[in-house]
Structure formats: structure tokens, C-alpha cells
Ligand binder design. Structure first.
Ligand code: NAD
Length: 405
């Protein structure tokens, strides 16, 4: 049994994921950067297959995954699993506006409604189980209902490409089989009551929003560390400068707003009160490439009024950080489908996403979220072993409760 993945947006992250999976399957690399390694009963990392891919970049459409991967990793060798998948034309709807991309959209030839049905057909031919949204960061306004999205499509009104893909996923779920949609970008999807309800009604699963891969989860863990010791933060600053296309896209005000929204909720959510904070991607500098520069400053008050400061500087490879998490997310999404879950799953989102769905959920520290995730996996009987860092290893009553003694 495999997890059949359909990519939407074959950029840096998606290409890193495809290459990493091919290398894992050929035993060329291990599972570093994959949190759940091979601890899941149903699927190993080797069982994940990218079976189809959509993009709108003229330079990628019609090329094989292997060719696109080489645009990012020229040193990569050929893998039959990458050479057998061709990148197909997606729905554009202006999502790459102002970027140095010559974009093509299926809606230009077919009209939007027909384009959506053509994409559903393509997914059916590949037998997709899990869709992963990795398109350029989009700003999205919440929608009232799926019906509202359908109306926008029929009327030819403006809507974000992500919403057109979500709509296509619901059509797929109705006409082909239940599906999972992993939203790794800052668009409002798993936090949207309308989309969660639509997926729930179709026995399908939606996870999101915005993969938590870089500095934001580290900030939330440092805040938790201070909060547990009653050290009171007075201000938080965290910024990133990167040299990949995603950072270039984030120079756009509305895209940056979308990212800021998913990042900045973390401070009040973890601490329980507001603190002056500045958390957002701040710049693009091409020489940094995919290895972004992250800087963080937290000032806090300790015992006897002492004022301390934490300063962190890091260089982090942006795309592998998210791609490693996706190896888990696609398996968890498929497991959720297999086990009859529908709607969204906070226990999964809280660990992997910056802004976890459903609507109104708190973004908690990853240290706590990890325990919640492991507990959920134990409850559904999905773990082959208890990971070293799980509290279940240290509390005999918990082990007994799960029959682990
Ligand atoms: N660590 C990370 O890199 C990280 C973390 C969290 C979230 N994300 C999100 O993941 C997404 C992808 O990041 P990336 O670094 O791979 O970006 P990228 O710019 O390299 O890739 C985006 C790809 O999507 C394609 N695309 C754009 N609009 C499309 C559409 N309408 N249909 C199909 N394809 C479309 C582009 O042509 C490009 O190939 C971004 O939205 C980013 O915010 C990335």
C-alpha cells in the first residue's frame, strides 16, 4: 500500500520533497528531518509516491519531475520514479502576479469550470489520495461556504487559485473517492469553517495552515520555556531574509500580510497575553539562496527584576525543513482517511502548522504539540514504538492506560 500524492506547485519545497523521497527509497539518505521516521504502523516513508504534479510556470509545464528537480538540484541523478511523472498545467488565476515567471493557466484555454473538471480527471487518472498545496504564497479572504466558491467560479469572479483547487478537491471527493488536502501555505483553509465543513461532508480531510518549519516553531518553544519558569517576556523580534522565489514573492505587501498573520499569533497564543512583537519575513537577498538568515531577540524579566535577553542567529535551509515535515503530513493525512476521520485534525495541525485549524484554535509550543500528536497516535493505535521524547516513556500510569506495560 502506498500514499499517492498529488503536488500543486512544483517549486523548491515540492522538488526537495520529490528528490528526498526518491533518495530515501534508494537508501541513499536516512530519515533525518522526518519527525515520525518509521514509527507509523500503516506507512513507511518509502511508501510515499508523488504520482502527479501541477504548476503554471511555462518552464516547468510538460517537463518531467526529474527535469524540474534538476532545476533546483543540478547534481541530482535520474530516478525512474521522477522521470515517469510529467508536470501538468494548473489553474493560474493570477497567483504569480509580479513574479519573474512566464505563467500559463488551464483556465485560459478551457474556462475556469472546465479547467477544474479537467484537473479532477487528471487526479483520477493518477489515483491521488493526498493533495499538497505548495503554490506561491497567496493572500485569501475567508469565504462563507463552498456554495459561495461555486458561485464565484460560475460567475467568473476573482478568487484565489487555492480556492479553485480546494473546490476541485471537493468535486474529486464527490465523484471519485475521499481525499486529503494538506495546505502548507498561509492561505486560510483548515482555519476556514466553510472548507472544513465541506471536507467533513465528503468524508475527506483538510490539514493546515502554513507549514511550521523554520524560526516560528523555535520561537514558540523558547516562549514556552520562559512561560514555564514565569520569566516574563517584554518583547519579541524575529525576522527572516532569504534568497529563494518564496522570499521574493513575500516582498509583495498582501502576500507578506498573509504570512505575518500565520506567524504572529504565536506569541499571544503561547503566553496567554500580548507582548510587543515583530515577526515577519523582512527581505530578499539572492546570494542567500534557499538558506535563509534568521534572527531572533527576546527580552524578558526574571527573578528580582533581572532583565535578560536571548539572541539567536541561524542559517536554515528553507525547503528541506518543510519537505521533511511533509513526509509525515501526507502519511498522517492518508492514515486519517483510512481510519474514517473527516474535517480537520487539530492534534496533527498543532505540531506541523503555523496557524493550526480549525478556526479559533491556538498555536501552541511545539514541545507541547509533539506530546499531543504522540498521544493521538497512541489513541488510534498507529505507533510501532514510543518515541524517546514522549511523556508516555516517563509516566507509568500513562503507559498502563495505553496497554504499553
Ligand atoms: N520552509 C518553507 O520553504 C516553507 C514553509 C512554510 C510554508 N511555505 C510555503 O510553501 C509554498 C511553496 O514554497 P516554495 O519555496 O516551494 O516556493 P516556490 O516559489 O519555489 O514554488 C511555488 C511554485 O508554485 C507554482 N505556482 C504558483 N501559482 C500556482 C498555481 N496557481 N498553480 C500551480 N502552481 C503554481 C510556481 O510556479 C512555483 O513553481 C509557499 O507558499 C510558501 O509560503 C514554505
Amino acid at each position: 500500500m502506498s500514499v499517492r500524492v498529488g503536488i500543486i506547485g512544483q517549486g523548491y519545497v515540492a522538488s526537495t520533497l520529490a528528490l528526498g523521497l526518491a533518495r530515501i527509497r534508494s537508501s541513499e539518505i536516512g530519515l533525518s528531518g522526518v519527525p515520525l521516521q518509521n514509527f507509523l504502523k500503516s506507512y513507511r516513508a518509502e511508501d510515499v509516491e508523488v504520482v502527479c504534479s501541477l504548476d503554471v510556470d511555462y518552464a516547468k509545464v510538460g517537463r518531467t519531475l526529474g527535469e524540474v528537480v534538476k532545476m533546483y538540484y543540478p547534481e541530482a541523478r535520474s530516478y525512474p520514479s521522477l522521470d515517469s511523472v510529467t508536470v501538468s498545467k494548473g489553474i493560474h488565476l493570477g497567483s504569480t502576479e509580479n513574479l519573474p515567471i512566464k505563467a500559463v493557466g488551464l483556465e485560459e484555454e478551457l474556462g475556469l469550470e472546465e479547467a477544474i473538471y479537467a484537473i479532477v480527471d487528471a487526479w483520477e487518472r493518477c489515483g491521488v489520495d493526498v493533495l499538497v498545496n505548495l503554490i506561491t504564497t497567496e493572500y485569501t479572504e475567508p469565504v462563507e461556504s463552498l456554495h459561495h466558491v461555486r458561485r464565484l467560479i460560475r460567475e467568473g469572479s476573482k478568487l484565489p487559485a487555492t480556492y479553485a483547487y480546494l473546490y476541485a478537491a471537493t468535486v474529486y471527493a464527490e465523484t471519485v473517492k475521499p481525499v486529503a488536502f494538506v495546505n502548507a501555505i498561509p492561505a486560510t483553509v483548515a482555519r476556514s469553517r466553510a472548507f472544513v465543513k465541506a471536507f467533513e461532508e465528503r468524508r475527506s480531510v483538510v490539514l493546515g495552515d502554513d507549514g511550521a518549519s523554520g524560526a516560528t516553531p523555535l520561537t514558540s518553544d523558547l516562549l514556552e520555556h520562559l512561560a514555564e519558569r514565569n520569566r516574563i517576556p517584554r518583547g519579541v523580534v524575529q525576522f527572516n531574509i532569504g534568497g529563494n522565489l518564496d522570499f521574493l514573492a513575500l516582498l509583495d505587501e498582501s502576500r507578506n500580510k498573509a504570512k505575518e498573520r500565520t506567524k504572529s499569533s504565536v506569541v499571544a497564543d503561547v503566553l496567554g497575553f500580548e507582548v510587543p512583537s515583530y515577526i515577519k519575513p523582512t527581505g530578499f537577498s539572492e546570494y542567500l539562496g534557499d538558506k535563509k538568515f534568521v534572527s531572533m531577540h527576546i527580552e524578558y524579566v526574571g527573578f528580582n527584576g533581572a532583565v535578560d535577553e536571548i539572541v539567536v542567529n541561524a542559517r536554515i535551509n528553507d525547503s528541506p525543513a518543510l519537505a521533511g515535515l511533509l513526509v509525515d503530513l501526507v502519511r498522517l493525512a492518508k492514515i486519517a482517511l483510512d481510519r474514517g476521520f473527516s474535517g480537520t485534525i487539530y492534534e496533527v495541525n498543532a505540531f506541523y502548522m503555523k496557524s493550526p485549524g480549525p478556526e479559533g484554535s491556538k498555536s501552541i509550543s511545539r514541545i507541547v504539540a509533539y506530546q499531543i500528536l504522540i498521544d493521538w497516535l497512541l489513541r488510534i493505535g498507529e505507533l510501532t514504538r514510543i518515541p524517546r521524547y514522549s511523556v508516555h516513556n516517563f509516566i507509568p500510569e500513562l503507559r498502563k492506560a495505553y496497554g504499553l506495560e
